[in-house]
Design a protein around this ligand. Structure first.
Ligand SMILES: [Zn+2]
Length: 219
């Protein structure tokens, strides 16, 4: 059983490879009250943090998260996995998520073309915007992990869903990433999900029906 899921896979980058982050120079750890996480920490401004924390409500996931909360939710400058910078890590057992707010310029502003872009986050146009789809992708992992507790047969069926039509390259990585990418696509690239990945679209619909969730799109 996988204990951790990680976003990989750009080779380690030197400090100098990152764009200037003046806007984040005030790096301080805030503690924010959040109804769906026992603990929230963020290096972002209050305003930006609140904007991100509002996403579950905007997409219709707030009540579900209140019932099935995170233990910890952290927006950080860097998230490292095995020495590599990654965009996020979700711990299925601890129900903790770490989200990195930094990206190399090559990791965003990509254009949609089936399996020719890295992940749904990479379609974001600007650096601050990248964190939104990354958070939604991580919400997908959390939803998937919660489904395992609520309906094991349905969870298993998601693990058997063919991922050959995954929209993003990262969606091909494994069934966990495929699910999270499909969930993010359902929020940010719904038309493409419906047209280009019928297995993934049907999988997400089945799961959302089972959990009585109606997820809304974000622009
Ligand atoms: Zn992931």
């Amino acid at each position: 059983m996988r204990r951790r899921n990680h976003e990989t896979a750009f080779r380690p980058l030197g400090e100098q490879s990152f764009p200037s982050l003046e806007r984040y120079q005030h790096v301080r750890f805030l503690r924010v009250i959040c109804p769906y996480a026992q603990q929230v920490q963020s290096v972002l401004s209050d305003e930006h943090t609140q904007l991100l924390l509002a996403i579950p409500k905007k997409i219709g996931l707030l009540d579900f998260l209140i019932q099935h909360p995170y233990t910890a939710l952290r927006f950080e400058n860097r998230v490292l996995y095995l020495g590599n910078d990654v965009s996020g890590i979700y711990d299925f057992q601890k129900k903790e998520v770490d989200i990195g707010i930094r990206r190399h310029p090559s990791e965003y502003s990509q254009t949609y073309s089936k399996q020719k872009f890295w992940n749904i986050s990479a379609l974001a146009n600007t650096l601050p915007q990248v964190t939104e789809p990354t958070f939604v992708h991580e919400l997908g992992h959390h939803l998937h992990g919660t489904l395992r507790e609520l309906d094991l047969p349905l969870f298993r069926s998601t693990m058997l869903t063919p991922k050959s039509d995954a929209l993003s390259q990262y969606g091909l990585a494994n069934s966990f990433e495929y699910f999270a990418e499909c969930f993010a696509a359902n929020v940010f690239q719904r038309v493409e999900l419906m047209l280009d990945d019928q297995f993934g679209c049907a999988m997400i619909e089945r799961v959302l029906d089972r959990l009585e969730l109606e997820i809304k799109e974000l622009p």
